[in-house]
Design a protein around this ligand. Sequence first.
Ligand SMILES: NC(=O)c1ccc[n+]([C@@H]2O[C@H](COP(=O)([O-])OP(=O)(O)OC[C@H]3O[C@@H](n4cnc5c(N)ncnc54)[C@H](OP(=O)(O)O)[C@@H]3O)[C@@H](O)[C@H]2O)c1
Length: 259
Amino acid sequence: MSRGLAVVTGATAGIGREFAEQLAGRGHDLLLVARDRERLAGAAADLATAHGVEAEGFDADLSREDDVVRLADRLARSPRLAVLVNNAGFGSRGKLAEIEVERQAAMIRLHALAPMRLTRAALPVLLGNRAGAVVNVSSIAGFVYSAGNANYCATKAYLTTFSEGVAAELHGTGVQVQALCPGFTRTEFHGRIGTPVERHPDFAWMSARAVVAHSLRCLDRGGPVVCVPGLGYRLLVGAIRLVPRSLIGWVTRRRYDRV
Ligand SMILES: NC(=O)c1ccc[n+]([C@@H]2O[C@H](COP(=O)([O-])OP(=O)(O)OC[C@H]3O[C@@H](n4cnc5c(N)ncnc54)[C@H](OP(=O)(O)O)[C@@H]3O)[C@@H](O)[C@H]2O)c1
């Protein structure tokens, strides 16, 4: 028996692909969203075969408003919708004064505007069913600000705060919202922006499988809304909340200037 439809954005690689895998493993049918059509079709076919669920690809560039509206419309017309994972995202590196502005504008649309619109489209359906969840894949980066990463950190801070606010609005409805805040996770993310993974020590890395398993465990337990995978990262978030904000600027500036 299907446990309802799970919609995963950025489902062809990394954390999104792992969400698709684990949600299919739990018996959800899938709507997989990304830009690369061929990869989408391959992922949908593989997951359908492996888990005996229905899986469909929906190609969309979620940094484009028309594509987001098209997907939002599809969500609003999906009465079996049970889980929405707003995961699609990308990183960048460089000082704002020196990097291409259009890519940064696209990042704001993809990390902030698209999840807001898609969550808004999903909620009436989920509330009607008195069940379901929206997972917004934010980042540990949303707890800090960083030289060389100003816009990325800001978009993830938006996504975390947005999720907390909507979760407060949904209290007692049976519908959950989660801000998933992973630290360094082995995916295609860092390769796509040319950051050498050796820059960070081995112990800092988590697998997408562990990140997603933790997210789903948080949902099973009914919280917390802000879900941070990995004990080391939970301790780090606690420490960040205690240090003066100015120290974060000093540390990230030194780090950026060194590499
Ligand atoms: N990896 C990390 O260390 C890490 C840490 C914290 C948070 N995160 C967050 O986790 C999320 C997933 O990242 P990941 O590490 O799994 O990255 P990834 O391996 O690079 O996968 C990104 C996925 O998003 C899709 N995508 C990218 N731009 C898109 C767009 N404009 N419209 C639709 N789909 C798009 C990609 O497919 P197409 O290219 O075919 O569209 C791909 O399926 C992101 O929001 C990221 O910020 C990652």
